[in-house]
Ligand binder design. Structure first.
Ligand SMILES: [Cu+2]
Length: 694
């Protein structure tokens, strides 16, 4: 016994020495591109990400990345991954077995196989313990996986990995411009590139004036709105598992609320353009609006078009229309019962504040859904079924429709029909809950005396340019020419919201201020009742303030709104800033651009009317000592766009249900009128017809 255990020890020792001596040579052989994490500054990380994404459809151009792609061995050292190398082994096997989707092919997250591959790469990146591991792997896989999968995996990994903190992801419309502009602009860009002459091209909205829907195309086709939508789905992916690092707090409820807000914003734009609010989709009735996207994939041809008034057809290999109806019925049954059943048959009560979160998980559906088997995947399948109606049986080998990409979905008017339909299901649940009592709404000792606007509520259209150089291919030895798209986009004059709030509590209190803007009249000029109109309210802002005893004047700038983000810096600005900082000139520091999720700040207000459009401006001041989940509520902006996008990796800052206090029935308006902590006033939003230049 004694001898054999000694032999064992010697053997282990020899093995350890061999391992230790093997290490330096392995790492120097395989980590030519990047070595060691010590001293990797944020600027360097930003530069790495910029260089990975610049001309993402072409082989890497920068030496360190090129070398990493060539000589890095992702399997050399399993200790660099916190999953022991499980994900990387899997992906390498897929590569060796030649199973990965080719490059220069379209990618859709809604395609199961494409998604699996993108997530395999995401899992490799998220399991990296160091930036060295992260960036070497990113460079290595840049040259080996499909470009669309690569971009998706890299974006989600930078967002969710601790290693990516502080890195600003370049605006997607400048990384993959095909998904954000139309075929004509892309063709002009190619021509200019071939002729080696700079060009600036006017991006027009889809369709003609014969199509009423075209009046609000500026909303669904807005590049900032599209980035908000696609990034929301990256911040809260439906495929998220908590084993990736953390729990996404109130993800299901955020799905409801952020899409509800997209819907009400779309409706407000419609009213401003003399259109009725959008009607919901019916599986058994024709899809009223067709759509011709006039948009082209980088690889895979044109996005398919759909004529008006076609009847839904079953989609081969995806879902039958009947399945969709059955799924809807099961969900609405659960709402009528007031409970859902999880996959083990247990009852989950939904007749409370938390019910909406579960319903959101179910309807989307995400991996948080307690019972996918029974409640299905209403939202995700509906996107595919709608996207495929041009070629439901796959007879013509069409690529996916605009509805099958979060970047392009809102271009199609049927997106809003679909979301109105789901929104109505959510509302059915919310309207089944007991109305709030005066006690629940009250904030003792606090009264709102006045609310108003400092400045004008005025919208206008302006021109904005973005870079198209990444849309076209390059040739060795031929420099880039300047290529730009010029778009027309909604903006508004800056203003401040002002409120006078009295605190008679004798000591300071923490207040939550909830600000809404609600269209007053429908398209026929009929005034909305309070109970009906509350479901059309746009959330303008939500923030916390300490109220000193006595009178408090609160002034909140429109640029500070917690539903919005500022313009993402242009890709070239990010490149210059990172390169400068790496070269030793200053620091790379852009904290205000941490997140791309959030309504563009310039779209905070819906478009007004020349003669003014009436809205109810509502302020609800509630008890922050109960509402706030963060102890620094009044001092922190929680990442800037927390109202629709949560606080990254943390608990949602507000304990109340999203939309509170307008999220439940108001059978008796007097409950609101009797409380002193709410105030309503009528404001007009104007629109300047002539255009502005930036
Ligand atoms: Cu969405």
């Amino acid at each position: 016994m004694g001898t054999s255990s000694l032999t064992m020890k010697v053997l282990v020792l020899i093995a350890l020495v061999a391992f230790a001596t093997a290490l330096p040579s392995t790492s120097s052989d395989n980590l030519d591109g990047f070595q060691g994490d010590a001293g990797v500054s944020l600027a360097k990380k930003q530069q790495d990400i910029n260089r990975l994404l610049w001309k993402v459809y072409e082989p890497l151009k920068f030496d360190n990345l090129k070398n990493a792609a060539k000589s890095f061995n992702p399997l050399a050292d399993a200790s660099m991954y916190n999953d022991g190398g499980k994900a990387i082994h899997h992906l390498v096997r897929e590569l060796r077995d030649n199973r990965l989707l080719q490059q220069q092919h379209w990618f859709s997250l809604f395609n199961k196989r494409h998604r699996e591959e993108a997530l395999e790469l995401f899992e490799v990146l998220i399991s990296c313990k160091t930036w060295t591991c992260f960036i070497n792997n990113a460079a290595y896989w840049h040259e080996r996986v499909n470009e669309g999968e690569f971009v998706y995996a890299l974006y989600t990994a930078v967002i969710h990995s601790e290693l990516g903190r502080g890195v600003i992801l370049p605006p997607l419309y400048e990384v993959t411009p095909h998904m954000f502009t139309n075929s004509e602009v892309i063709q002009q860009a190619y021509t200019a590139k071939m002729r080696n002459t700079p060009g600036k091209f006017e991006m027009k909205f889809t369709g003609t004036k014969k199509n009423k829907e075209q009046r609000i195309a500026y909303f669904g086709e807005d590049i900032g709105m599209n980035v908000h939508h696609v990034t929301w789905h990256m911040d809260y992916p439906f495929w998220w598992k908590d084993s990736y690092g953390y729990h996404l707090d109130r993800k299901g409820e955020l799905f409801f609320w952020s899409h509800h807000q997209l819907t009400v914003r779309f409706d407000a734009e419609r009213l401003s353009n003399w259109l009725d609010v959008v009607d919901e989709l019916h599986w058994e009735r024709p899809i009223v609006e067709g759509f011709a996207p006039q948009t082209t994939y980088k690889y895979g041809g044109d996005f398919p078009a759909r004529p008006d008034n076609i009847e839904f057809e079953d989609v081969h290999g995806v879902a039958r229309v009947r399945d969709m109806i059955i799924t809807e019925r099961r969900i609405r049954d659960a709402i009528a019962h007031g409970y859902i059943r999880d996959q083990d048959g247990n009852i989950i009560d939904i007749m409370n504040d938390k019910g909406i979160d579960k319903l959101g998980d179910i309807i989307e559906s995400s991996l948080y859904s307690p019972n996918v088997q029974y409640y299905g995947q209403l939202h995700n399948l509906a996107h595919i079924v709608l996207g495929r109606q041009s070629d439901p049986h796959g007879k013509y080998n069409m690529p996916p429709g605009v509805m099958e990409h979060f970047e392009t979905a809102t271009r199609d008017p049927s997106f809003f029909r679909l979301h109105k339909y789901m929104d109505n299901i959510f509302k059915e649940h919310k309207d089944s809950l007991t109305p709030y009592t005066k006690e629940e709404l009250d904030f003792a000792g606090v009264s709102v005396e006045n609310i108003g606007i400092d400045g004008e509520l005025k919208t206008y259209f302006e021109d904005y340019e973005f870079d198209l150089r990444n849309a076209v291919d390059s040739a060795d030895g031929v420099g880039d020419v300047e290529l730009k798209a010029n778009i027309h986009r909604l903006n508004h004059r800056k203003f401040s919201f002002v409120a006078d709030v009295n605190n008679n509590n004798g000591g300071p209190v923490l207040a939550t201020l909830r600000l809404f803007l609600c269209p007053r009249y429908d398209n026929n000029g009929e005034e909305y009742s309070f109970d009906e109109g509350r479901w059309n309210c746009i959330e303008l802002d939500k923030f916390w303030k300490k109220l000193t005893p006595g009178g408090n004047r609160i002034v909140r700038k429109s640029t500070d709104s917690s539903v919005t983000v500022p313009d993402i810096p242009p890709f070239q600005t990010l490149i210059d800033a990172a390169d400068q900082a790496v070269a030793g000139n200053g620091e790379f520091h852009m904290p205000e651009h941490q997140r791309s999720c959030g309504i563009p700040n310039r779209m905070l207000l819906p478009k007004g009317k020349e003669q003014g459009m009436d809205f109810a401006l509502i302020l609800a001041v509630t008890d922050g000592s109960y509402d706030a989940t963060h102890s620094d509520a009044a001092e922190s902006e929680h990442g800037g766009s927390h109202a629709l996008c949560g606080s990254h990796g943390e608990v949602y800052p507000d304990r109340r249900p999203m939309g509170f206090p307008l999220d439940r029935r108001i059978p008796d308006r007097r409950v609101y009128d009797e409380t002193t902590n709410f105030k309503l006033t009528i404001v007009k939003v104007y629109h300047e017809e002539h255009d502005h230049d930036l």
